[in-house]
Every structure is written in structure tokens, then in C-alpha cells.
Design a binder for this molecule. Sequence first.
Ligand SMILES: [Zn+2]
Length: 676
Amino acid sequence: MDYKRYLITSALPYANGPVHIGHLAGVYVPSDIYVRYLRQQGKDVKFICGSDEHGVPITIKARKEGVSPQDIVDRYHELNKSSFERFGISFDIYSRTSNKVHHETAGEFFKDLYQKGEFVEQTTEQYYDKDAGQFLADRYIKGTCPHCNYEEAYGDQCEQCGTSLSPMELINPHSMLTGNNPVKKETTHWYLPLDQYEGHLRKWILEDHKEWKSNVYGQCKSWLDDGLKPRAVTRDLDWGVPVPVDGADGKVLYVWFDAPIGYISATKELTPDWEKYWKDEATKLVHFIGKDNIVFHCIIFPSMLHRAGDYILPDNVPANEFLNLEGDKISTSRNWAVWLHEYLDEFPGKEDVLRYTLTANMPETKDNDFSWADFQARNNNELVAILGNFVNRALVLTHKYYNGEVPEPAEYTEFDKETIEIYQQIRAKVEHALDHYRFREALREAMNLARLGNKYLADTEPWKVVKTDEARTRTIMYVSLQISAALSVLMEPFIPFSALKLNEMVNAPGLTWQDIGNMDLLKPGHKINKAKLLFEKVDDVMVANQRQKLEDTKKQNEAENADVEPSKAEVTFEDFTKMDIRVGTILDAEKVKKTKKLLKMTVDTGIDQRTVVSGIAEYFTPEDVVGRQVSILVNLAPRKIRGIESQGMILMAQDADGTLRFVQPSDRVKNGSMVN
Ligand SMILES: [Zn+2]
């Protein structure tokens, strides 16, 4: 089908953290390539995205930091918006779901379905925190997992054994707001009866969209085969889009209900013609998402659109799988990621290297891995050695031989004709791959044109021929220049910054996608601009630094997650009271000579002043400790350490990484006070 216009959406990033390479490879790089490709073809296209700013994780983060949810979403909205811009993700609009137009649009959408009688109203018992005066979202409840007895399981999931839970299953549930045991209280919510839409979904996906990617189609089929259940579309929460019906005070739309409507509100914000993009069958709608979002974009949102009536449904939902980092799952909480804003700061001018590497390794059909070694190899062996090398030689030689003017070609040889024939087939191959959302293949085909040019120059050797055959040299350079100009258009969707640079060098701003394959992109006599290097090598130091950064993170994570020593054997109360622990003050301290670890201290124990030797010098200088109150075991038998008699032991806490900290009273107490 020939579409009149295209509406391309990218999953709304959740505004409680920065964007990382997993998000980029999964969603934003492929959607941007696709959109740039459509624009190159002169299509009418709108590219929509924005921040998803509602939901419980944002309110939890805000509570943790002691700021408002709005503060959190403002911070990450701005950061992610500017990072995308710097990275060349060419959204027509990057909106946000906390703004007015979205609240209105989402509210109206709900109201429309409500008035059509689409929702099922259900009253159930849910946990309520009396002191906080609110119902508790799943993530606000912790308790013991009924499956593995893990005591810190959340109301929706146990992170120890991975089981999905409902809050009612938790043993000894407690509120994370107050620590109290919540009570059960009745509350009414509206449900989308997905079970009633099953027939429509089966036909629309399983029969009419067999062309969808197998990972997407397969997941949809398994959801449908398992049978769909009604899903609540509202929550008791004070952060989100208020439910716009009477008697719904304190309720908001569930975040997965309001977030996809964000695509519609953003389109509204972008153009008064928004309805053409959402309600005309001649529009092709494509959702780019990660695999964790398949159910929302293939089952739930299409059901909402379908029941609302006059909306079109997505033509395709090309979800990607996940990207790993150096063989390990990317994780925001463990800080195991390459963050976009950090990359942009640390690799200025190298946006395209990351775009290229992420595309070449895109997790299209299965999870894939990003490594810094591969990043370096892709840059040095492909971008620098093939693409950069070819166009640089073509342009530099043109300046050298012809003063930067495109020469008149003589007759083509058989070898020229073969090369030209391959060149002329490449555009169709790239198009075929992009039309089927196969971005790795598309990039490979596009790079084949650079390979072709590079090989052509190596085989024809104009730098030798120029000494003997002036006409032949003109032809070789002419062919090379046409391929260079074609690359400046063909590579644009993938590496837009470098393609633009190249386009400026060949001085051909008017070239279009349809020109690729022609042999007169740069006519004889056309003046090209100065040649500049497109890419530079990524050296071992850059790679080593990034690896070190990850190593440091790993160490820190390991320390934080280190196993706690198991409990020692039981002692009686009597055993314990034999220990005489007092609070004392360190009066004086000096390093024990010829040792690294030992400090000799004089401590006022309240009973007496005595000498204690302790192995803490790696963590504290004498100046650090003098004047501190500490806990000291005073009836420990004296022992000689390096010839000094130590009379007691100062109690220290040892952190997972070995760091020592004093165990001291929270406020000053009289020296000699007992610890018991
Ligand atoms: Zn469990």
C-alpha cells in the first residue's frame, strides 16, 4: 500500500533516570534511521517522542531524595531531551506527559471510553495505610515472599526468586510510607475488558500481521493463547492524570494507560493537523519499542484505539531485544551502563561512532552485546579504514590532479562497468532492508558501497596511472567522486553528522535519495570543497579508560552486594555481660614507627588513662582520631604489639570493601559510660 504520510513513535523514556546505550540500540537509533530514510525520500513524516513522567517509581524516587515528583521529572526530562538532540535523534517533538495538553488529552480519552460503557467497574479490597491516609501502590508494600521467604519482597514482585506477586500474597505486609501494617479497605476501579477484545486482536495480529518480526508476533500469540484478562486502568495515587469522573477523588490513570496516549498529545502539540496522522487510513503508524513494551503496544494500546473508534492501528511494532554490556545485563540500579550524556561529554564529535556500533550490533532478533573492544574495532577497521580512507583519497586526489574540479570521464572499461553496476544495485538493497526494519543488514549494504569504492581505488591505482594515462585517470576519479557523493546521501540515516560533513565536502547540498545510483551526481567542472578527515582512530587509552570505569563500577557493586558474614555461635546473656565495654575519649595518638597499619593511642576510659594499639592507620591519621569518643573493651587481657603493651580494644565496624569506621555513641556521653 502507498501511504500518504507516516507517523513514527519511539517509546517514551521513563523520566526517573538518564538514557543508556540499551535504550539507544533498542529504540532510538533504529527509529531515527527509519525516519531519516523516509525524510530523504521526501515523505511526509512526523517523529514523536517525549518523557513518560507518571507512575510509582517516580514518586518513590522523589520520597527517597526528599524532593517533589515534579523535581525528578524536570531533571530527567531536560537531561534526556538535550542528550537526544546532541546525539542527532531527530524527533519532530520531544514532549512530556506532565504537561497540560497531555492531561487534557488523556482525560478526554478516558472519559470517551467511559461514556461508551467500555470499562468494567469493580470494587475490591486493597491495602490502605491509615496513618498516611492513602491506598498503597504495589511498590509501596513490602513483606515476606510466600515462595522463598525473602523478607523484602515488593507487592508486585519478589526480587529474590523473581515470582510475580500480588500484595495480598505477602506474609506480614508493611507500608513503606510508615512501616505500619496496612489494613484492607474497599476501593473501586475501572478495568479494560481485554478478554472481550480477543477476537478482534486475534484477527488483526495473528492473521493480518504475519509479517511482524517473529519475536513480536510470537509474544503476542503467547499472550493471546494464554487468554487475556481485564486490566485495571486506574490507581489510587496522587501523581498522574486525575480520573475525570465523579467520585474518583484520589485516583489517577494507571501509567500504562496514559503513557501511550502521550503519542497523541505530542502530535496535537506539534501540529493542528494531528487528526490526519491518527485517524486517516492513508497514514502508516509505526511504534518503535523495546521487548518489555510489546504487550502495551500490540495488545493494550491498540485495543484502546480500536474501542475509541476512529483511530488507525499501528502497521508495525518493530520491537528489539535487549543489549548487554561487556557480557553482563545493563542495569540502572547497579549503574552497569554506558550513559548517553556521559558518552557525549567523553567522546565529543564521535556521535556517529556510537550510532554506527549500536546499529552494527543491534539486538534485532536476539539479545546482543556491546563491548568497548568492538567499538574500537568498528571505528578503526570500518569507519576509518574503509569509508574514511576511500572518500579522503578520492577528494584529496581530485584536489591534487584537478584543483578540486570534477574531471570529464573518458570511456568506461569493463571493470568500471562492473563496479558501476554493483553501485547501482545497492540503493534497492538498502531500501529493502529498511522497509523490513532490518537495520544491521541495511547498514552492511550501505557500507558495501564504501567497500566497493575503496576496492575500486585500490585496484585501479590512479596514483600510478596518472603518470602514464591522463584520460584513464580522469575516468577513475570521476567514478570515485560519484560514489563519494552517493555515500553522502546513503549514509545519512545511519551516521548523519559524518554524512553531512561529506556532503559539504563534495559540495552537493541538493542531492536526494533517488539520486543514489546515478552517474552524474557531480557533473564535470563541478567544484568540490576541501577534504577533511571524517573519522579519527580510537586509541587504546580511550578504550582502557572506559573499561576501567566499568571495572570500578563493578567493584563498587560487588562491595555493596557483598555477602554478610553468617551469625556466630549462640552465647548466653552471662557470656555477654563478661565483656566490659565503655565509652572513652582518645586523648593522644601517634603512628607506630616502621608499621603501615598501627596507631598507638592514649584513651581516657573514665576508669583510667591507658594505651591502646590498633590497626587503623590506613584509614585514620592521628589528627583524625584525637578527641573522638569511641567504644573500648576494657577488660581484654593486655597483649604486646610491636613491643608496646595494648590495654584494651577499640570497637570498629568493617565495611564490605574493608574500610574501618568507629563504633561510637550518637551523642557525647560521660567517659566510662557502660555499653550494654
Ligand atoms: Zn521469593
